[in-house]
Design a protein. Structure first.
Length: 198
């Protein structure tokens, strides 16, 4: 799976951040997924579009575990991610825990997925150095799946940071496009079983 993000502090202006990353996913079964990711994360100064010098230039390795459950029509996701962060500020570890609920709806397609999804999630960010707690991120999304592999996302994110200077802002509009590549033997319905990353 590949993903890229572009972030701005104003609508269509003040672009200050971009990232790109790839993940290799392995489904142990339909309720447990392991993944390993790597990516580049670039943060620029505030006040305009990609103002130099950068606030942060980072490469990140990210193993993770995702647990999935169903309660009626609702699906529950728990994600545990460990991040090894190599940046201009030195090496740092970070631990992320996300819990989310999502509701797929609409007429099921032949490939075994539903075209629409509502989701909400809350994610906590911790480190192994003071102040230990870094960030809390609350996210609400509407997803549309034109195909099994592609997802279009529109959402709202509220973020609280504790003494972090590599990104500013509290409230964000989220627009996303996701494309996933599956082996022929992949479970057909797993495409619905994950809240899209942020």
């Amino acid at each position: 799976m590949g993903e890229s993000q572009l972030r701005s502090l104003k609508l269509y202006s003040h672009f200050h951040y971009y990232e790109y990353k790839v993940f290799v996913n392995y489904y142990l079964n339909k309720n447990v997924k392991f993944a390993f990711g790597a990516g580049s994360y670039q943060t620029y100064k505030e006040g305009g579009n990609f103002i130099l010098p950068k606030n942060n230039d980072e490469f990140r390795l990210s193993p993770q575990l995702i647990l999935l459950q169903s309660i009626g029509k609702l699906k529950i996701e728990q994600r545990y991610r460990f991040e090894s962060r190599f940046s201009t500020k030195g090496y740092r570890n970070r631990y992320r825990y996300r819990i989310g609920v999502f509701y797929p709806f609409g007429k099921e397609k032949v490939a075994g997925y539903k075209p629409f999804q509502l989701s909400a999630s809350n994610e906590l960010f911790f480190t192994d150095k003071e102040p230990y707690f870094e960030r809390n991120r609350l996210l609400f999304n509407f997803n549309f799946k034109p195909s099994k592999s592609s997802t279009i996302q529109v959402g709202y994110m509220h973020q609280f940071d504790y003494k972090i200077n590599d990104e500013t802002g509290k409230d964000f509009i989220v627009l996303g496009f996701y494309y996933e590549i599956y082996r022929k033997s992949s479970p057909q319905k797993e495409v619905e079983s994950e809240i899209k990353d942020n």
